[in-house]
Write a protein that binds this ligand. Structure first.
Ligand SMILES: [Ca+2]
Length: 422
C-alpha cells in the first residue's frame, strides 16, 4: 500500500482485508470443494527446520504447533506436496508473530523441479497474523513453496499453519479471501475480555467466547452486502476436541437458511476447520450456532472466516460503521495485484446520497461505482477493473469522482486517480 494517510492507517487492519479481497474479482463459477484445505493431506518439507518445530507442524490443523527455520536469516523455504496437481484458488498463512510483516514468494510446481511464481509478496507490508490470499488467473500445481525473503527485526521464518485451497481438474478455483475481516460481528453474549470482534481481527491469539459452557450460543457477522458464499473457516479454541455447530445465512438478519450442518460432528477435531457451504449459498449475515460441545469446553473460537465472491451485480462495497467523520476520498493502488481499493467517508449528519463514478482520461464515464443513500461512516470499495458493461478495462490511469449530496444540495466533490493493472 502506498501513500498511507492517517485516515487509512487508523483502519489499516480492516483495509488489509479489503485489499486482499480486491484481488478476487475473477467471476469464477461456483464449484464444489472451494474451501477444502488440500494441505491437510499433503506432505511438508523445508530447507531447514528448528528442532521441535518441523515442517509438518504447519499442516497439522493446529495453531499451537508451528514450523520454524533454523536461524533468523531470509531465504528459507517451506513447501507442501499436495499429492496431485490441483487448480489452486488461494492460501492462508497463520504467521508466528502478530504485528510483524513477512515478505515472501509463493511458487507452484507440477514436478518439484520447475517452479513458477503464483503470488509475489516480496513487498508485503501487511502485518495481520492470519493472511488469506487469492491467486489471480489460473494457478495449477502439486507443490506449493513459500520462500521467506524479508523479515521484521527479531522475527524468524515461522508459521503455525499454511492452508492451500483448490479444486481437482481444470475447473477454475473459486475465490479465496476472508469477507468477514471487513464485516461487523455480534453474538448472544460475550465473556469479558473475549468480545465477538476478536474472531474477525486476523489474529490467532485473540478469541470470542460465550458467557457460559452451555450449548445454543451464537455468533454472527454482517458482511455489509449480499455475496455468493463458498464456505467458511473456523479456528476453534481447542485442538483435538470436536465442536458441533450449525452455520446459517440471511439477507436481512431475520430469515436464516442453513449453509452448513455439523450438528452431528464427532469426528472432525482439528483446531482449524474449513468447509464448503451448500451449493448456491448467498447472504449478507453469517451466523454460527454451537449446538454441541465436548470435554467441557465452551463455545469459543479465535477466528471465523467467510469465503465468497462479489455479487453477480455490483461491486464489493462495505460500510465500516464509524461515527463522526469528515468527507474523504483516497485510493490504495496496488502495484503487483489487480484491483485498487477506494476508501471514502460520508460525513457526519443525516444520510447522504453518494455519487461516485469512474472516468477515463478523455473524460468519458466508464462506470458508476456508487449511487445511493448511505449513512455517515467510512467505507471501502474493492474495484474489479471492469467497466459498466462488465468488460475488463485497459491498463492505465483513470479518474474517480466522488460527490456527496445532502437534502440541501452538493456537499462535497473530490477526485483521485485509480490505476488499473493487467
Ligand atoms: Ca500447526
Amino acid at each position: 500500500m502506498k501513500s498511507v494517510s492517517a485516515f487509512q492507517s487508523t483502519f489499516a487492519s480492516a483495509f488489509c482485508g479489503a485489499i486482499a479481497i480486491a484481488t478476487l474479482f475473477c467471476g469464477f463459477p461456483t464449484a464444489a470443494s472451494a474451501a477444502v484445505n488440500l494441505a491437510l493431506n499433503g506432505t511438508a518439507s523445508a530447507d531447514a527446520s528448528q528442532s521441535g518445530n518441523g515442517a509438518g507442524n504447519a499442516i497439522d490443523g493446529s495453531v499451537s504447533t508451528r514450523w520454524c527455520a533454523t536461524d533468523g536469516n531470509t531465504g528459507h523455504w517451506w513447501k507442501v506436496d499436495l499429492g496431485a496437481v490441483y487448480t489452486l484458488g488461494g492460501y492462508q498463512i497463520v504467521w508466528e508473530m502478530a504485528g510483524d510483516s513477512y515478505q515472501y514468494l509463493v511458487e507452484v510446481s507440477n514436478d518439484d523441479v520447475t517452479y513458477t511464481t503464483a503470488l509475489d509478496k516480496t513487498s508485503n507490508a501487511e502485518t495481520a497474523q492470519v493472511q488469506t490470499e487469492n491467486f489471480t488467473g489460473t494457478v495449477k500445481g502439486r507443490f506449493v513453496r513459500i520462500t521467506v525473503t524479508g523479515l521484521s527485526s527479531g522475527s524468524w521464518a515461522s508459521f503455525y499453519e499454511c492452508s492451500v485451497f483448490g479444486v481437482a481438474g481444470t475447473t477454475p478455483a473459486p475465490a479465496i479471501n476472508n469477507l468477514a475481516l471487513v464485516g461487523s460481528s455480534s453474538s448472544d453474549g460475550d465473556q469479558g475480555g473475549n468480545p465477538s470482534s476478536n474472531a474477525i481481527d486476523a489474529t490467532a491469539s485473540t478469541r470470542w467466547c460465550a458467557t457460559d459452557g452451555n450449548t445454543g450460543h451464537w455468533w454472527k457477522v454482517d458482511l455489509g452486502a449480499v455475496y455468493n458464499l463458498n464456505g467458511c473457516q473456523i479456528i476453534w479454541e481447542f485442538n483435538g476436541d470436536y465442536y458441533q455447530f450449525l452455520v446459517e445465512v440471511s439477507n436481512d438478519d431475520n430469515t436464516y437458511t442453513t449453509a452448513l450442518d455439523q450438528t452431528a460432528n464427532t469426528s472432525i477435531s482439528n483446531q482449524i476447520q474449513s468447509y464448503d457451504f451448500l451449493s448456491g449459498t448467498k447472504g449478507r449475515y453469517v451466523r454460527i450456532t454451537v449446538t454441541g460441545l465436548s470435554n467441557n469446553h465452551w463455545a469459543s473460537f479465535y477466528e471465523f472466516g467467510v469465503f465468497g465472491s462479489t455479487p453477480t451485480t455490483g461491486l464489493l462495497h462495505t460500510g465500516l460503521n464509524a461515527s463522526a467523520v469528515a468527507s474523504a476520498l483516497s485510493v490504495s493502488n496496488k502495484a503487483s495485484d489487480n484491483g485498487a481499493v477506494l476508501h471514502y467517508a460520508v460525513p457526519s449528519g443525516s444520510a447522504s446520497r453518494v455519487d461516485m463514478r469512474l472516468f477515463d482520461l478523455k473524460g468519458i464515464e466508464r462506470r458508476t461505482l456508487v449511487n445511493g443513500m448511505l449513512p455517515s461512516g467510512r467505507y471501502s470499495l474493492a474495484f474489479d477493473n471492469r467497466d459498466g458493461q462488465g468488460r475488463r478495462l485497459a491498463a492505465g490511469t483513470y479518474l474517480c469522482r466522488y460527490r456527496v449530496i445532502s437534502g440541501n444540495g452538493l456537499v462535497d466533490t473530490r477526485a483521485a486517480t485509480v490505476t488499473v493493472n493487467r
